[in-house]
Design a protein around this ligand. Structure first.
Ligand code: F6R
Length: 604
């Protein structure tokens, strides 16, 4: 949802900005631009990828600048609508992520006062408002401009007459300060600046910051200066690079054995047969709630849904799944529910609103996120990190399996706290957990078999995924992965539901991926596969290694190593990711940056 960057220091700003923007392009990639102060303000922008912009930047001078990669909300994808936007005397440049809700009124007002607009964006009003208030001090001008704005923003601003100053501000859109030696940064996200620094300061809603090469100052919305602690980010820059893989998505799929291992680190203790969370989280889980609401969007919603099955199965606590975009308006019930928000980025606008809605209704809130310091981790009552390292590919993969794992750990902890399981059972589950990295490596070793199957479905116009129980949300996730990166229409169904309508869409050219695990629903799923085959489409079964029957029922079988337990959902998820990846790759799709999508959806 747009990425912004700001730099002040001693390096050549154009090179720094372009390099950082390339690491932010998963947030938007329809156009990009930079503004640099080298005595005069100079702005360069272009439509398309950042590589297009890079070719068109003729200078590598100046040590102060801002940059932007865009995911269009207001105004078409054109060079004029690309950021930075400049004021009429071309001295102030600004980049923005968010949505200015009252921009129409502000624009009319500014136009009446004689300001000339050159774009259709909502953003441009901000730069003119800053110009209108400017009286020799950029921070003051930004403060007064922001008072007139309704909506969300993260922004970075520079003024030609103040070449030693970079100003930033945020409300409901992410912005982090990166601290270096004699240089400082502003960025939407940590991976953008990781090759320069791992020291970060997070801004809270309504705050403004002013950076020089040697100092950072943070102010609250009353202009009072505040002290803010630094956070050290323990991600490695290698984690944010492709390291020889053709796509980030494939690299991140292959990182899963290690991501799973990392997720378990410091939480699962085999000898003590215990699961440990930070004190704040333990307190939340010990509280006396009688239900759980899980709120999230997209892939995180499906991880939450898998979590629902796991929590209900182990604890008996009823879990209500709520799409964050719905919960925030319709789902809040007063009472003793724990709200668990699942969000990789911790910045999804709808999920943040759902957390706030939960808090306002008097519920305790717990966040499962991959990003320390993200807004979600700061506004909730407690958080558990997925610890899977930065995820760059737009399609979530390793964070999906790590989210499921964290929810499983929460389920185990609750089951112990509520005396639903004994230590022997905990030990059994811990052994299952510890076996997962090896099982995932076995799945990854079968990638070539999955390519063969991908070859058979790459020409389909529609693919169905079916499963029962925990395999139902996995079917939804399998279908989401396929549609978002291969552009093939795909849908997931509870296996028993096909005959209630979707069968009407089934033709011989609609491959059906059926997840068949050896649980209580196995015979029913085989019957569902039979119903499908009677209508002609090929069936690809995802089945466990020990299943000797499945070949008789399905046209193709992809096997996963069986742990016979609750956690087979994790190897199955990896199979579905590989299938989607290989189909998209065979179709030559833009896998890491699918059309119309962005990784972090910071607008409603
Ligand atoms: C799909 C995908 C999205 C996200 C969704 C929520 O592969 O990644 O569906 O899951 O936008 O994002 P987070 O988890 O950051 O809240």
């Amino acid at each position: 949802m747009c990425g912004i960057i700001g730099y002040i220091g001693f390096r050549k700003a154009p090179s720094v900005l372009i390099k950082c923007l390339k690491r932010l392009d998963y947030r938007g990639y329809d156009s990009a631009g930079i503004g640099v102060i080298d005595e005069k303000l100079q702005v360069f922008k272009d439509v398309g990828e950042i590589a297009n912009l890079e070719k068109k930047v003729p200078i590598d001078k100046g040590t102060l600048g801002i940059g932007h990669t865009r995911w269009a909300t207001h105004g078409k994808v054109t060079k004029e609508n690309a950021h930075p936007h400049v004021c009429n005397n071309k001295k102030i440049a600004l980049v923005h992520n968010g949505i200015i809700e009252n921009f129409k009124t502000l624009r009319e007002d500014l136009e009446r006062k004689g300001y000339k607009f050159t774009s259709q964006t909502d953003t441009e009003v901000i730069v003119h408002l800053i110009d209108e208030s400017y009286n020799g001090n950029l921070e003051d001008a930004v403060f007064s401009a922001l008072k007139k704005i309704q909506g969300s923003y993260a922004l970075a601003v520079v003024h030609e007459d103040e070449p030693g100053k970079l100003v930033g501000a945020r409300r409901e859109s992410p912005l982090v300060i990166g601290i270096g030696d004699n240089e400082n940064f502003l960025a939407s996200d940590i991976p953008a600046i990781l090759s320069y620094t791992n020291r970060a300061v997070y801004l809270e809603d309504g705050e403004l910051c002013s950076l020089t090469a040697q100092s950072i100052s943070v102010f609250d919305d009353t202009k009072k200066k505040i002290e803010r602690e630094e956070t050290i980010i323990d991600w490695d820059i290698k984690d944010a690079e492709k390291s020889g893989f053709p796509h980030f998505m494939l690299k991140e799929i292959y990182e899963q054995p290690n991501a799973i291992y990392q997720t378990l680190q410091g939480r699962v203790f085999e000898r003590e047969q215990s699961i440990l969370f930070p004190e704040r989280v333990e307190k939340l889980l010990t509280a006396d709630f009688d239900s759980i609401h899980i709120v999230s969007c997209g892939t995180s919603f499906y991880a939450g849904w898998v979590g629902k099955y796991l929590i209900e199965r182990l604890t008996g606590i009823p879990v209500i799944m709520e799409l964050a975009s719905e919960f925030r308006y319709f789902g809040v019930k007063k009472g003793s529910s724990l709200v668990i928000a699942v969000t990789q980025s911790g910045e999804t606008a709808d999920t943040l609103a759902a957390i706030r809605a939960g808090k306002n209704a008097g519920c305790q809130t717990l966040v499962v996120s991959n990003v320390i310091g993200s807004t979600a981790t700061r506004i909730a009552d407690g958080f558990v990190l997925t610890q899977s390292g930065p995820e760059v590919g737009v399609a979530a993969t390793k964070t999906f399996t790590s989210q499921i794992l964290v929810l499983f750990l929460i389920a185990l902890k609750l089951a112990v706290l509520r005396n639903r399981i004994g230590l022997n059972e905990v030990y059994k589950y811990i052994l299952e957990l510890k076996a997962l990295p090896k099982q995932l490596r076995q799945v990854l070793d079968r990638s070539e078999e999955i390519v063969e199957i991908a070859n058979r479905i790459k020409g389909a116009t529609s693919v169905f995924y079916i499963g029962r129980g925990v395999n139902y949300p996995l079917s939804l996730e399998g279908a989401l992965k396929l549609k978002e990166i291969s552009y093939i229409h795909a849908e997931g169904f509870a296996a028993g539901e096909l005959k209630h309508g979707p069968f009407a869409l089934l033709t011989e050219d609609t491959p059906v991926v059926a997840i068949a695990t050896k649980d209580a629903t196995y015979a029913k799923v085989l019957a569902n596969i039979g119903e499908v085959q009677a209508r002609g489409p090929p069936v690809i079964a995802v089945a466990d290694d020990k299943d000797t029957e499945i070949e008789k029922h399905a046209d193709f079988v992809i096997r996963f190593p069986s742990n016979g337990g609750l956690l087979s959902c994790i190897p199955i998820a990896v199979i579905l990711q590989l299938l989607a990846y290989h189909v998209a790759n065979l179709r030559g799709c833009s896998i890491d940056k699918p059309r119309n999508l962005a990784k972090s959806v910071t607008v409603e």
